[in-house]
Design a protein around this ligand. Structure first.
Ligand code: PMP
Length: 313
């Protein structure tokens, strides 16, 4: 079954059944945890599992943790090495998703961040698509607002803030949409429930800036670079009005889970001609080549999990 069989827990790799926290756990009670989400891509051709930008993901985890006064007793590089050991123990030969969580492990009463103990766990499981209709998702504008940086750090990946994402996602899905775009408190487009957003207007890519209450996505950063350096597309980071979305030629979501998902309809309005746009198609194909190790200049974004067997004579 597609599940995790092991976890890094309490400083070592243990069977998943042993990686348990108490109902008294502080993070369980108050949402005082931060997490990450990474993908591993399996290459049949190379018989290798590649983790995409692990150090960048772990640097963000450490930053999220510092916002929440959670001490992570490892460097980003050390966390990458722990992850590699975990994935080798799992032995996955398929695409997978990795979930590191740094959390307040204190057991007892008291909402606070100081004077409570910290812990860290990592688990991983086989994983396919996050949005089934990646080639043509139908979204709405959520009636919820994106969590504001002055309420819960928006650029931190804080577990408690995902109550906001869960409300956004379920209200969209239970109303018949695949996802929702969410506005920030000043009424501009922020992102989707768990992904960043780009629009294309007249050949230019536009995405909300990092101070629009977005999570500073690693896929967002990757895509900005691929668009500018490889596809020759101008990228502008600025606020996006709701009606610019309606007039966009193309619209797509991006994130580790979502990868690149074309949005072809917003409520009753078609985006462009209602099919995945030209730039989105090109970018999506290229992104998949990059994450699957087929673009030489971006191989250093990929960390191989398995040590190649040396064939002796
Ligand atoms: N925004 C939110 C709220 C998310 O949960 C995610 C997924 N981590 C993203 C954006 C995209 O971030 P990344 O590209 O780093 O996965």
């Amino acid at each position: 079954m597609a599940t995790a069989n092991y976890a890094f827990f309490d400083g070592k790799i243990v069977p998943i059944a042993e990686a348990k926290v108490s109902v008294m756990n502080h993070a369980f009670n108050y949402g005082t945890a931060v997490f990450g989400g990474l993908r591993g891509y399996w290459s049949d051709q190379e018989q290798q599992l590649f983790v995409f930008r692990p150090v960048d993901h772990f640097e963000r985890l450490i930053n999220s943790a510092s916002l929440m006064r959670i001490h992570v007793p490892h460097t980003a590089e050390a966390l990458r090495d722990i992850l590699l050991e975990l994935l080798r123990t799992e032995g996955f030969k398929e695409n997978c998703y990795v979930r590191p969580i740094a959390y307040k492990s204190f057991e007892g009463i008291g909402v606070r961040l100081h004077d409570v103990s910290d812990a860290l766990t990592i688990w991983a499981m086989p994983f396919g698509r996050y949005i089934q209709k990646e080639e043509g998702a139908h979204v709405c504008f959520s009636a919820w607002r994106r969590v504001d940086d002055n309420a819960i750090p928006a650029r931190g990946k804080v577990s408690g803030a995902y109550a906001n994402s869960a409300l956004i996602k379920s209200d969209a899905v239970l109303s018949g949409y695949d996802e929702a775009l969410v506005l920030n408190d000043d009424g501009h487009v922020s992102e989707a429930s768990a992904s960043n957003v780009f629009i294309i207007r007249k050949g230019v890519a536009i995405t909300p800036p990092v101070n629009a209450n977005v999570l500073e996505g690693i896929t967002r950063r990757t895509i900005i670079q691929l668009l500018r350096d490889d596809l020759g597309i101008e990228v502008i980071e600025r606020d996006i009005d709701r009606t610019e979305v309606y007039l966009a030629d193309e619209l797509f979501l991006c994130g580790t889970g979502v990868q690149i998902a074309a949005v072809t309809q917003v409520e009753h309005r078609l985006i462009g001609d209602g099919a995945m746009g030209e730039i989105t198609v090109k970018l999506r194909d290229y992104y998949h080549e990059v994450v699957n190790g087929k673009v030489a200049k971006y191989r250093d974004w990929l960390t191989p999990v398995y040590v190649p067997e040396v064939v002796g004579d």
